[in-house]
Design a binder for this molecule. Structure first.
Ligand SMILES: CC(C)(COP(=O)(O)OP(=O)(O)OC[C@H]1O[C@@H](n2cnc3c(N)ncnc32)[C@H](O)[C@@H]1OP(=O)(O)O)[C@@H](O)C(=O)NCCC(=O)NCCS
Ligand SMILES: [Zn+2]
Length: 202
């Protein structure tokens, strides 16, 4: 699993699973929990074809929306991606949760085989000085990075949610992209530029 190498300690600590970064379990009960977690990590980082998602793609196009009203399994898929985003970027909480309280709109970018290549979430923010759509996070599966998928996600968001703005803090890679967007207001460009200059982790 090539994708794992860049996310986990190098060299791995003794007994570390190279696929998901967890300790390899020593007893049967833990082995079962490890297998379940391992499968989730693998499904997110190295997505497999899905008939259900391929069928939805035929109906809705490459970008499939996920809201509180969407089927549980779609919410679950977005939640697992959010968990990996949290893990990769070092946040405390996954930026998606499943339930009727959810007000965000998730977007899953799928390929023709129903693989989920990337995801993003937008939220309507009723700011008194100017309500707007905010893109709160985006993530592209490692094997598919640097192929223009984030650019495609952004173009989709701009067309579906006019005036959408990215919500800082930005990752270094996202800041590189955002800093070059001509549609961005000066304060967003400034946040992206200072992120690039600082070169620090979020
Ligand atoms: C940031 C992220 C979404 C980019 O996804 P991607 O599909 O690889 O991005 P794209 O291929 O569409 O690249 C678009 C532009 O972003 C910039 N960029 C993205 N990744 C980059 C990298 N590793 N190094 C340099 N520039 C990069 C470039 O300007 C690129 O344009 P170019 O290819 O014409 O030079 C992806 O790296 C990711 O999921 N990272 C982890 C989560 C994250 O950082 N999310 C954003 C949080 S705000
Ligand atoms: Zn594992």
């Amino acid at each position: 699993m090539e994708w794992a190498k860049q996310y986990f300690d190098q060299p791995p600590f003794p007994g570390q699973c190279l696929g998901c970064g967890e300790h390899l379990p020593e007893n049967a009960a833990e082995a079962s929990a490890h297998r379940a977690y391992h499968a989730i990590v693998e499904q997110v980082f190295d997505p497999k074809p899905s008939f259900k998602l391929a069928a939805l793609r035929v109906k809705h196009g490459a970008f499939i929306s996920v809201t509180a009203e969407s089927p549980w399994w779609l919410n679950e898929r977005l939640y697992q991606i959010a968990r990996m985003f949290k893990y990769e970027e070092g946040y405390l909480h996954a930026p998606w949760s499943i339930g009727s309280h959810q007000t965000g709109i998730g977007v899953l970018l799928t390929d023709v085989f129903g693989r989920v290549i990337g995801a993003s979430v937008v939220r309507w923010m009723p700011f008194t000085d100017g309500p707007c759509w905010l893109c709160t996070w985006a993530w592209v599966a490692p094997p598919y990075r640097r192929r223009g998928h984030f650019r495609a996600i952004w173009q989709y968001l701009e067309s579906a949610y006019p005036g959408v703005l990215p919500d800082p803090p930005f990752s270094f890679e996202a800041a590189l992209f955002i800093s070059k967007l001509e549609t961005m207001p000066a304060d967003v460009i400034k946040a992206a530029t200072s992120r690039i200059e600082s070169k620090l982790p979020i």
